[in-house]
Design a binder for this molecule. Structure first.
Ligand SMILES: C[S@@+](CC[C@H](N)C(=O)[O-])C[C@H]1O[C@@H](n2cnc3c(N)ncnc32)[C@H](O)[C@@H]1O
Length: 416
């Protein structure tokens, strides 16, 4: 069984592309702009979608690319004095997160750029006295603790939490908020939350926030921009409706306040599409106040995540435990090991059972031999030793042993 590279991207949505088209034409009606600038103005649209829409508009004769690399409408000559975007700007920095284990797509982990962390901490300093709960934002948590501000982190990422623990950060709880146990009630003045950008995660993080917060407490919530993907606008509405039904009132919105670092898995996916970009993703910062205690029926809890995690240097390798009586076999063509999408809607996601934080993603018939080899590598073994020991333990034949070695070498090489 091999996987086609064309099966990596989710299908396109006509209304969504139409909205993106309108947005880009509006931005370009004001001034010609480079791709990077358009991306920042595209309200979260994924770079390949922005590129596709620009190319479609070009082939329809509505836009052209000038010799200095700017996209422009044909009406542009009529008002050349329109506002120009600034010249090259220094990009956001990532010094506050680049030592942590790498973000993995299974955690939907997009880390904040330093500027976003500073902005959140500044907002908290200005608006909050007392205990702060941080849901799904380890970088903000670490910065708060470093500044002597009492904070408690709730997150499910074991690799990141282990890393923090080794560095003497102890005020955290490892928890899957989609299926949490009991949380301390009414103990916090403020919550900062950066859930994965899906309705069920927002609902789970809002539910946790309302339990943790006192009446009058504030929730600072990162919210996905309108064109992040088809349905993002409806998700934004759902978030507000859900929060209101749970006793929250919106008090402030800072649009595009939070810049994210493009994670290695996203950079790798974009590189295959020929795009090497800076940190282009932003979110809005919503501030909400818990006005009343509302008693609602409990949300349906999800099954806990069963992927196993291994850390090779800073690279996270995840395995979805899979067994086969037919023995160990590689099922994916090495040509398509690099997942070309970061979307949860990617059809390829349904078959993968080996997945790295650099977006190497493949399928094997049985993950047990790979698990053994990764455990040995994690403990410091070299590749030949790990393959030899694993082959003996799992009684792999020569061809199986070679396939195992091919996978391990690719992961190790890619992790450098
Ligand atoms: C969008 S990232 C936010 C990271 C944040 N911007 C930062 O810089 O630290 C989502 C975070 O939520 C965590 N997470 C994802 N799913 C979760 C769940 N079900 N329960 C608890 N935490 C979760 C991830 O481990 C990750 O830290």
């Amino acid at each position: 069984m091999t996987q086609s590279i064309h099966n990596h991207h989710p299908g396109k949505d006509f209304n969504y592309l139409e909205n993106l088209r309108r947005r880009l034409l509006l931005v370009l009606s004001r001034s010609p702009a480079r791709f990077e600038h358009l991306l920042q103005e595209a309200e979260g649209a994924y770079p390949t979608d922005v590129q596709q829409v620009l190319q479609d508009l070009e082939s329809e004769g509505q836009l052209r690319l000038t010799s200095n690399g700017e996209w422009t409408t044909f009406q542009e000559a009529a008002h050349p004095s329109a506002l120009k975007p600034d010249g090259p700007q220094t990009g956001p920095s990532a010094a506050l997160s680049n030592d942590l284990p790498e973000p993995h797509p299974l955690d939907f982990d997009w880390r904040f750029a330093d500027e976003a962390i500073h902005l959140i901490v500044q907002e908290l300093r200005a608006r909050c006295i007392g205990n702060i709960a941080v849901l799904g934002a380890p970088t903000v948590f670490r910065c708060l603790v470093d500044q002597g501000i009492p904070a408690h982190l709730f997150d499910k990422n074991a690799a990141v939490l282990d890393y923090l623990k080794q560095r003497a950060y102890h005020t955290f709880t490892e928890i899957d908020l989609l299926c949490p146990g009991p949380l301390p009630s009414g103990r916090f003045e403020c919550v900062v939350a950066d859930p994965p950008w899906y309705p069920e995660h927002y609902e789970a993080f809002i539910d946790a926030s309302r339990t943790l917060l006192k009446i009058g407490g504030r929730l600072f919530l990162s919210v996905l921009p309108r064109l992040t993907r088809p349905g993002a606008e409806e998700t934004r509405q759902t978030i507000l409706t859900y929060a209101a039904a749970r006793g929250f009132e919106i008090t402030n919105i800072i649009p595009s306040a939070l810049t994210y670092v493009s994670p290695p898995f996203e950079k790798a996916a974009l590189k295959i599409e020929g795009l090497v970009l800076g940190h282009w993703r932003t979110a809005d910062l919503f501030e909400l106040e818990k006005k009343v205690e509302v008693h609602t029926s409990t949300r349906q809890l999800r099954e806990p995540d069963t992927w196993q995690n291994f850390l090779i240097g800073r690279v996270q390798v995840r395995l979805l435990p899979t067994r086969s009586d037919a023995g160990f076999k590689l099922c994916t063509d090495p040509q398509s090991w690099r997942l070309r999408s970061v979307s949860r809607r990617s059809p390829a996601r349904t078959t993968i059972n080996v997945w790295t934080s650099r977006n190497l993603a493949l399928t094997v018939s049985d993950t047990r031999p790979l698990g053994s080899a990764l455990q040995l590598l994690q403990a410091g073994s070299k590749v030949p030793e790990a393959v030899a020991q694993t082959s003996t333990k799992h009684q792999l034949d020569k061809s199986q042993s070679q396939q195992l070695r091919q996978i391990i070498e690719a992961i190790v090489e890619d992790s450098k």
